[in-house]
Write a protein that binds this ligand. Structure first.
Ligand code: 5GP
Ligand code: ZN
Length: 112
């Protein structure tokens, strides 16, 4: 999508701190980290949020979770949280599917 911030980051048109990249997804450090480790994993293809996941694109999501597990092992994250906000009330501010990976501090449950 031409006017989407994360499409531009995935395409390298806007700089970001790359953590990982392959043909399907891109991972980068969050610009406003909420934990000592906080990166985002996004599909290169534009998907608005989890609410747009379907049989046609769920393979991309499965792949992203494989990548998250691989990166967590490589980074020695023994405890971490994966979050995806859907809709403004839940805290979504960028409307391109992304999974937050947070680690390195105590976290509360339920979330605020
Ligand atoms: P959301 O609020 O939609 O769940 O998450 C969006 C995340 O993107 C936020 O944590 C925010 O800090 C991050 N973010 C917003 N703009 C940029 C940017 O230009 N670069 C990077 N690296 N992260 C961004
Ligand atoms: Zn996008």
């Amino acid at each position: 999508m031409s006017d989407c911030l994360f499409c531009k980051i995935a395409a390298g048109e806007i700089p970001s701190g790359k953590v990982y990249e392959d043909e399907v997804c891109y991972a980068f450090h969050d610009i406003a980290p909420q934990a000592p480790t906080h990166f985002l994993v996004i599909p290169k293809a534009h998907i608005g949020s989890v609410s747009e996941v379907s049989a046609d694109n769920s393979g991309i999501v499965a792949h992203i979770f494989e990548v998250i597990a691989k990166l967590a092992k490589e980074l020695n994250l023994d405890s971490y949280r994966v979050v995806s906000n859907i809709g403004e009330q839940a805290g979504q501010s960028v409307f391109h599917l992304h999974f937050h990976v947070l680690s390195g501090r105590d976290m509360t449950w339920p979330p605020g």
